[in-house]
Design a binder for this molecule. Structure first.
Ligand SMILES: Cc1ncc(COP(=O)(O)O)c(C=O)c1O
Length: 403
């Protein structure tokens, strides 16, 4: 069965911002002053050059159109500030988009200067705060009078993006009612429409209809002299499937982080993506299980013959899916070994085989950029979504930026 992201995609975690190359949230940083991580504990590696490579690949694919990089949900696991700081210097990156207000604020706190788009909700007080930090809101309700008040106090117009719902039914002004709202906003001195946007359902047939709705709406507004700014719609899915939706700017997330959002995209050759995030730990324990002995809760694994097992201090609270026992493999000393028994909160168990090929302290890679241990490989083994792997990495795990 093909697992599409949309069958599984969760809203993602509201995660604290991470300092580049630092441990994690501010509270964790304080703890770190006294308590160090065990060298066995899992950690996340962030690969700067892979990130740069992916942006170059996307730029090539989209004819050098600007890229609004989506770094929501803790920067797809890298840490939102890590992602922002690594992406900002790349010329093809026109701006950064997040969903949580605190992520947008964290980017500004970290000194990010490029445009930041907040695609999530806010109240009036939040709006004033975010505009004061030069964060662009994504709007789709009759918010003009509020913007008049805020902009009057600042004495300059507020740049924003208008979200049009062409059929996803999530957020956005429904396309049939969009023209009056866009005209109302465009007519206000308090507003500068920097962009109009839509999101595909990623249903290949319906996407055609959605794009047609969007283009028809934008076309009639354009003709009426309404300045719409940049039109954008293409997430990672559309980078592969819909060159006609590249429009004025593209808006990918997962592809920027080097992961193919759908299994079939990996085989297409359209984009050469290199994962920019790895999950690693060190082997905590190695032992030989006699034939008939068991491992894991509920005796989930019973040794058919004498077998060597390795225990890794990585569990589902770190971001390793419980489903990993269905076929995910871990790389240790260059070889891949299956995860067996059960994934518990802080541990998993790896079947090494008849020989003792690993020892305590060996580095174990849950996923990285190598064939066989890419996030997509783990995803295939787990029969879950790559979005569940990277976005569910525990924000408290240390992040290490490597080249
Ligand atoms: C509005 C919006 N645009 C773009 C993206 C990026 O999607 P992807 O990670 O599939 O490229 C997302 C993420 O789901 C999104 O919600």
């Amino acid at each position: 069965m093909t697992i599409t992201r949309r069958s599984i995609l969760a809203s993602g975690l509201a995660l604290p911002a991470l300092g580049l190359g630092q441990a994690a949230s501010p509270s964790r940083t304080r703890v770190d002053a006294q308590i160090r991580d065990s060298s066995f504990d899992p950690w996340v590696e962030v690969h700067r050059t892979n990130l740069q490579h992916n942006v170059a690949e996307i730029s090539r694919r989209v004819g050098s159109r600007p890229i609004l990089a989506v770094i929501k949900n803790n920067g797809y696991g890298l840490g939102v500030v890590n992602a922002g700081q690594l992406l900002e210097p790349i010329p093809g990156i026109a701006g950064l988009a997040v969903v949580k207000l605190h992520e947008a604020m964290s980017l500004r706190d970290a000194g990010i200067r490029k445009p930041v788009l907040l695609m999530g909700p806010f109240d009036e007080r939040n709006l004033a705060d975010l505009i004061a930090r030069d964060i662009m809101p994504m709007v789709y309700t009759p918010i003009g009078p509020v913007l008049d008040r805020i902009s009057a106090a600042r004495q300059k117009p507020t740049p924003l993006h208008v979200c049009i719902d062409t059929g996803i039914g999530r957020v956005g002004v429904p396309f049939r009612q969009a023209a009056p709202l866009v005209r109302d906003l465009a007519n206000r001195a308090s507003v500068q429409i920097a962009g109009v946007m839509m999101t595909f359902t990623e249903d290949p047939e319906f996407d055609v209809e959605q794009l047609s709705r969007f283009n028809t709406l934008c076309g009639s507004l354009d003709q009426g002299g309404v300045k719409l700014g940049r039109k954008h719609a293409a997430s990672s899915f559309a980078l592969f499937q819909r060159p006609d939706a590249f429009l004025d700017m593209v808006r990918p997330g997962m592809a920027v982080f080097g992961v193919y959002s759908e299994p079939e995209f990996r085989r297409l050759g359209t984009l050469d993506l290199r994962p920019a995030v790895s999950l690693k730990a060190r082997v905590a324990y190695v032992k030989q299980l006699p034939k008939g002995d068991s491992a894991g809760y509920n005796r989930a694994y019973v040794a058919k013959d004498a077998v060597w097992l390795a225990t890794l201090p990585v569990g589902h609270t770190d971001g390793l899916p419980r489903e990993a026992v269905q076929g995910a493999r871990v790389r240790i000393n260059g070889a891949l070994y299956p995860i067996v028994a059960t994934v518990s909160a802080s541990h998993c168990i790896v079947e090494v085989g008849a020989e003792q090929r690993v020892k305590i302290g060996d580095e174990a890679t849950i996923f990285d950029w190598q064939e066989g241990s890419r996030p997509e490989d783990v995803n295939e083994g787990c029969k879950t979504s790559v979005y569940d792997l990277t976005m569910h990495l525990n924000p408290l795990l240390p992040r290490r930026v490597v080249s």
